[in-house]
Design a protein around this ligand. Sequence first.
Ligand code: PHE
Length: 343
Amino acid sequence: MESQVTEKSFVQRIQQIQNEFESELNQIKSLKDLEGVRIAYAGRKGVVSSLFKQLGNIPPEERKAAGQSLNLLKQFVSQTIQSRENSLSCRNVKQKIDITLPGEPHYTGRLHPLTQVLREIKLCFQNMGFSIAQGPEVESEYYNFEALNIPKGHPARDMHDTIFVDDNLVLRTHTSPVQIRVMENQSPPVRIIAPGRCYRRDTPDASHSPFFHQVEGLCVDKNVNFADLKGVILTFARHMFGSDMKIRFRPSFFPFTEPSAEYDFSCLICRGRGCRVCKGTGWVEISGAGMVNPVVFGYVGYDPEEYTGYAFGMGIERIAMLLFEIPDIRLFFENDMRFLNQF
Ligand code: PHE
């Protein structure tokens, strides 16, 4: 008959086995080693199982506490083996990776060409002391036309093939309404550019899109004159296209500027010799500009006796097409990666 075992010595034995188990586990290097340890401790004829058999030798009043300690050991052994198995099989997967295979390429994103050009435009004007203003794309007729001295029935409204959203509500046909919003909200001096999207009811072709982007410029202060306007446009042209750029102004008409002009850059494709882009003239049209019409100052409460100002517009697509020699405006909006990847 087996001798009696006390709970105290039994728990000491459990502790000892746990220590042995842990140090054995520290030595193993493979799943195969682990399996050996598992059989020795958690197997049917393993250490834990033989301890269970000894429980009967413990006096009944101490047996319950001893059993609890033993159950804890059993749990500890099986959990530790399981987590060790997980980490070992993970390592095996890593070992199977063929490091001589070529890597998977990661494609970097890039900025849309229009974004790139707009950033450059902003940089140029910010360097000249202009700040950035914004206005809504859904605009009231008041801001898009009326306050710009284009009353209802005025033939200048026909120049803009307007998309109406509702009575008195349009998709802005140009960024000029931002001029009005800025002047309503601040007194002179004003020096802003306002980039943004515009809409016109055009049938798309190589040079027309029903939406496009403009940058509006506005400067109002005492003693601002047409020469200031020309200086700013020239600085801009040379910043974007190089120091040999020439500019020219041709008389034109806009209801919100007086006098008004359209301005051209010397053709940078042929450097003025004449080509398809400039239709043989050596010049490419950029947009309109002029001195702010005093009538417009009336709408925003500026005193035309005290202040003068100039305003100009430009098409961002236009500038980008010239800069990157892009032949068709529709390319900007098709999101064809073969096109976008080139910039
Ligand atoms: N808003 C005009 C257009 O879209 C351009 C312009 C802007 C003209 C500012 C003069 C002054 O055609």
